[in-house]
Design a protein around this ligand. Structure first.
Ligand SMILES: C/C(=C\COP(=O)(O)OP(=O)(O)O)CCC[C@H](C)CCC[C@H](C)CCCC(C)C
Ligand SMILES: O=C(O)C1=CC(=O)c2ccccc2C1=O
Length: 319
């Protein structure tokens, strides 16, 4: 993926004179580049749907199968590693990442090795889920996760590269939301509940916010590489409004679920993450047009996703 990645400087950044909401920019040390390449905080996107689906099953079934939960978590993390490593590999082939210093391929110069490690991660993740499916006597979980991986591949891999058409966000919503939550729920309960939908939609929305916000600062490079992300298509100003609508939907759906008697009152715990939602909404409003500032919106979205997801699961378990 493209990235502007010029070093930040007060002279080149109009927001630097009044950074009311701005996190401090980090200097580009080797350690920071590796941190940005491996992106440990991003792995919460793999954890939350498994956590949410498992917490829902725990609430409805009254039991937790800890080995199944641990196996699914490990597999989800391995699959996310595959997704991110292959993202850098495939992006290195289109040239869109040539300015992205924290691309793992640019950092190591070992594309084939990275591709091998990525596929090993995918293989290990899928084999552990296959063993789980054999032990459980059905292949529902493996089938759902295979579907997620297939859709994830179409986002970035040849010949599809659907992310370049702006289809990444819908794919992200469906896979990290309803599909992953359904798989996690089924792995615990071996049955279905309509509650998978609202839980999946809430987690899918916060995960998609991360991807959506990650595209704000890349409009110029994405356009140059022919990548029509949703932000490229609608513009950053409308993008800020769409971000706020998505945040509103996350909290609105939570309150609606409780108001309609579908969610226990404890699920309103999610509202404790509202400050992150307000912060993100204000931040995109203030900085949508300043690439060096708006790139931090992705990390605010990661915090919103983490806290809302954690509290959502706790809300179900507490009930
Ligand atoms: C790799 C992803 C985004 C990075 O995209 P981009 O190229 O714009 O960014 P860079 O600047 O970092 O290059 C995420 C894409 C998500 C994808 C649309 C859907 C993936 C589905 C997963 C395989 C689902 C895994 C579910 C699991 C938890 C069971
Ligand atoms: O590197 C990124 O920008 C992202 C990586 C990633 O795995 C992910 C997963 C789900 C939603 C968004 C993202 C990213 O933005």
């Amino acid at each position: 993926m493209a990235s502007t990645n010029q070093p930040w400087s007060p002279e080149s950044d109009p927001a630097a004179t009044s950074p009311a909401l701005a996190p401090a920019p980090a200097p580009s040390t080797a350690g920071n580049l590796w941190w940005a390449a491996l992106k440990p905080p991003m792995y919460s996107v793999a954890v939350m749907p498994i956590w949410g689906g498992t917490a829902l099953a725990w609430h409805l079934e009254g039991t937790l199968n800890a080995p199944v939960f641990a196996t699914f978590l490990g597999a989800a993390v391995l699959i996310l590693a595959w997704l991110n490593l292959t993202n850098d590999v495939f992006d290195s082939e289109t040239g869109i990442d040539q300015n992205k210093h924290h691309s793992i391929v640019n950092l190591t110069g070992r594309k084939t090795l990275i591709f091998g490690i990525a596929n090993l991660c995918l293989g290990l993740g899928l084999v552990s889920l296959a063993i789980l499916s054999v032990l459980q006597g059905n292949f529902v979980v493996l089938g759902l996760v295979l579907l997620c991986c297939g859709l994830g591949y179409t986002y970035q891999g040849p010949p599809f590269r659907l992310g370049y058409l702006g289809l990444g966000e819908p794919i992200c919503f469906v896979t990290f939301g309803p599909l992953a939550v359904a798989a996690a729920y089924y792995s615990q309960a071996q049955s279905w509940t309509p509650l998978i939908w609202p839980v999946g939609i809430i987690i899918g929305l916060t995960t998609t916010l991360i991807l959506f916000c990650s595209h704000f600062h890349q409009v110029k490079d994405d356009l140059a590489a022919g990548k029509y992300s949703p932000i490229v298509r609608i513009g950053t100003k409308t993008g800020a409004i769409v971000t706020q609508i998505m945040i509103g939907l996350v909290f609105g759906l939570t309150v609606l679920g409780w108001g309609l008697g579908q969610f226990p009152v404890t699920v309103l715990l999610v509202l404790a993450s509202l400050p992150w939602g307000i912060y993100l909404g204000q931040y995109v409003q203030q900085y949508y047009d300043i690439p060096s500032m708006i790139q931090s919106s992705k990390f605010i979205a990661v915090s919103l996703h983490f806290w809302s997801g954690l509290l959502l699961g706790l809300g179900w378990i507490w009930a």
